[in-house]
Ligand binder design. Structure first.
Ligand SMILES: CC(C)(COP(=O)(O)OP(=O)(O)OC[C@H]1O[C@@H](n2cnc3c(N)ncnc32)[C@H](O)[C@@H]1OP(=O)(O)O)[C@@H](O)C(=O)NCCC(=O)NCCS
Length: 172
């Protein structure tokens, strides 16, 4: 399978929202996504697609670039496609795009019980820089604040071999 990463558009939202529904305790609505895509110049939202005829949407990531910071707001992979390096590829893509924009660090909040996501970020070099108690109002969970300053190392990582062939197309 080859992966194609490109900017998210409103036409992607049916597939994005289907993944969103089962991926988060409080899914974002269509309106939230539409507002970001149409009205927020700081948004950098990407989708990862199976680069075949059907172009199935396999995952997405939503980032905001504010000055020299890239804040990851959301990331999810289609359930049956998890564990194949798709989220990792989207984060490598984010690091490459961020470097091109002069970003110096990437930051995000993650639920402290979300072990899959925490493992993902730690694997890629993110470090804990803070704790936000009761940050998630739906479950009362704390948020870990994780940051990555060494964007170069993440950007230089190889994308998983079975996804790597389309990396040239990933930079749009
Ligand atoms: C977290 C999530 C985005 C990971 O997506 P993915 O495409 O399956 O992740 P990858 O295949 O790229 O995994 C890369 C690394 O993440 C870690 N990881 C991913 N899933 C994991 C799991 N279920 N358990 C433990 N570690 C996991 C591993 O370190 C993995 O590297 P490895 O395969 O060499 O062990 C996915 O589980 C998801 O969509 N979850 C629901 C939404 C969510 O929680 N988003 C994060 C919000 S902060």
């Amino acid at each position: 399978m080859k992966l194609h990463i490109r900017q998210m558009t409103p036409a992607d939202l049916d597939e994005v929202l289907a993944i969103e529904q089962y991926s988060f305790p409080t899914p974002w609505t269509r309106t939230v996504y539409e507002n970001d895509l149409k009205n927020n110049p700081r948004s950098r939202f990407f989708v990862a697609l199976n680069d075949s005829e059907d172009g199935e949407l396999l995952g997405y990531i939503g980032n905001w670039v504010i000055e020299d910071e890239c804040h990851i707001g959301t990331i999810a992979t289609k359930r049956e496609m998890r564990g194949r390096g798709i989220a990792e590829a989207m984060l490598i893509h984010t690091a490459r795009m961020s470097l091109a924009e002069g970003v110096t660090y990437i930051i995000l909040e993650v639920r402290e019980n979300n072990f899959a996501a925490i493992n993902l970020y730690k694997k890629l070099g993110f470090k804990r820089v803070g704790l936000r108690r009761g940050y998630y109002r739906d479950t009362g969970e704390n948020a870990l604040l994780l940051a990555l300053h060494d964007l170069e190392s993440l950007a230089a990582r190889d994308i998983a071999p079975f996804l790597a062939q389309t990396e040239e197309k990933a930079v749009e």
